[in-house]
Design a protein around this ligand. Structure first.
Ligand SMILES: [Zn+2]
Length: 512
């Protein structure tokens, strides 16, 4: 992603931390921003000039949580809870060829780039265990698209059914027998592949880097969780897990651990600055303090949380407790698009939907910071991505200020969060290279890509007929058992109810 000649971007308006649309020039050398200055900034005589008149330049958005495997499954579910989505996994994600693993990831990368996102944290899945070739195919998809990614195989020891004690016994006998074939590989074998994959990693780690993702704590043994954490430490990579996403998960966790999953993960020694909790909808204030005290991150996915009926996460309470918060889209199998502008808008709305106490609402500055610098830190790119500043990577989105979204331009950050929807994205630069130019992804024939995707869709629909049938055989039981768990009483001190004086104490209201 480096280039020899410098690039000078002239006459754009800047957005990001402390930037309010002022005109500036940006000098890019290699893959990074060398200097930002007032119009007329000096540049080497052979520098390539990009005219950014009528462009708003913002740091590439960073998707803190997604699933590359989900992109071929967009629109397949409607009234699905998280647990129904997990039960549908073999149907909507099963039997993928290597080419399809590449394709599903590639389509997501293309979508993210076209919608102003330049890096993501991808938890990808293979059954019954990850493979070196599979991970390489996914990594290649990002490298080919020209996008950065942290790529973690999503791993576990127990199938969805095994992870909910008592669920299997309620299934029809035929289904009980059939789910036997959904057993995952032993943890040892999975750990072995992850280790080999990281040893043989062939991508530039500034572009595509590995990470470790034990999917959901109660789908894993404690030994497996500890081994995953040890592996992440050994290779100095991130650790990512879905924690307290649904209330049903919380109830299972309380029963199994006698405490919240976060408290249990702390006991296991998993909490650290390289640990990311996906969702955290059901974190209580003590859980948030545990994460904050350990410098850990939460990847907030408001679209998915609402789509799956999991609820509304309380970001104000997390920020008050020093949790690093990033924003994500989650997979297209449960959010159906990978639009980070929409995720920012929803993050703002979700904070406001929880009550009229405006002090607890996120400001648009806070939302934009979460979707850039916060996500960057979760990805392990803190101080390298998420800002337009000298020394940061040249990951820059060029928005067209003649798009109707920007008529008029009243407030740069507010409109990035509340108005922009991706329609104004004109060019996208990653590491100093234009990977989207005039709304086209460099080197991609969209019609040919659509044909490849359609033939994959048709083949998968056919080979997954038995998995689809299995889903509909278990659907009613899963959809009674898990919501039943979620109806059990559980007091959680969230949304400020009764406790929110505590939040106010540490929260300084921003100046109007
Ligand atoms: Zn997820």
């Amino acid at each position: 992603m480096t280039q020899q000649r410098a690039t000078i971007i002239r006459g754009g308006r800047l957005a990001g931390r402390g930037q309010r649309g002022e005109l500036a020039d940006i000098l890019v050398q290699g893959d990074a921003i060398a200097e930002i200055g007032p119009p007329g900034l000096a540049a080497p005589p052979d520098a390539v000039t990009i005219d950014a008149a009528n462009r708003l330049l913002h740091p590439g958005l960073i998707n803190a949580h997604t699933h590359g495997h989900g992109n071929l499954a967009k629109g397949m579910g409607d009234r699905w809870t998280l647990e129904l989505l997990l039960a549908a996994g073999p149907w909507i994600t099963g039997n993928r060829t290597l080419e399809e693993k590449y394709l599903t990831t590639y389509v997501g990368a293309v979508e993210m780039l076209l919608k102003g996102c330049t890096a993501c944290y991808d938890l990808t899945v293979e059954f019954p265990l990850p493979s070196i070739e599979g991970l390489e195919a996914c990594g290649r998809a990002y490298a080919d698209a020209g996008m950065r990614a942290v790529l973690a195989p999503m791993v576990a020891e127990l199938s969805f059914y095994e992870s909910y004690p008592g669920l299997i016994a309620l299934l029809p006998a035929a289904a009980q027998q059939e789910i036997e074939r959904l057993r995952l590989a032993p943890g040892e074998a999975t750990l072995q592949v992850m280790r080999q994959s990281m040893q043989a990693w062939k991508f530039d780690r500034d572009v595509v880097r590995p990470a470790v993702a034990p999917t959901i704590p109660h789908h894993c043994s404690d030994d497996f969780m500890r081994a995953c954490a040890a592996l992440a430490r050994e290779f100095d990579v991130g650790l990512h897990s879905h924690v307290q996403e649904s209330k049903a998960q919380v109830m299972v966790g309380l029963k199994r651990y006698g405490k919240t999953q976060t408290a249990h993960l702390q006991d296991l020694g998993l909490l650290s600055p390289s640990f990311t909790v996906a969702h955290g909808v059901w974190l209580n204030h003590d859980d948030m303090a545990r994460l904050g005290d350990h410098g850990a991150s939460v990847a907030h996915n408001p679209g998915s949380n609402m789509r799956l009926g999991n609820g509304l996460a309380d970001l104000r309470a997390m920020l008050t407790r020093k949790v690093n918060v990033g924003i994500g889209t989650d997979g297209a199998n449960c959010s159906d698009n990978l639009n980070m502008y929409e995720s920012m808008r929803l993050a703002s709305m979700v904070s406001k939907a929880q009550g009229p106490d405006t002090d607890r609402w996120l400001t648009t500055d806070e939302v934009f910071a979460a979707a850039t610098e916060g996500s960057a830190r979760a990805l392990g790119f803190g101080g390298k991505l998420g800002r337009l500043a000298a020394g940061y990577k040249a990951d820059i989105v060029f928005l067209d200020l003649t798009n109707v979204n920007w008529m008029p331009l009243n407030n740069v950050t507010n409109q990035l969060v509340h108005t922009e929807d991706g329609a104004a994205v004109r060019h996208v630069m990653v590491g100093g290279r234009l990977v989207v130019e005039d709304r086209r992804v460099a080197g991609v024939d969209m019609a040919a890509l659509a044909r490849r995707v359609e033939s994959a869709r048709a083949r998968l629909a056919e080979v997954n007929v038995p998995n689809r049938a299995l889903f509909w055989r278990v659907e009613q039981v899963v959809n009674t058992f898990c919501p039943g768990l979620a109806k059990m009483p559980y007091h959680i001190d969230r949304f400020g109810g009764g406790h929110h004086g505590h939040d106010h104490a540490a929260y300084v209201k921003p100046k109007a």
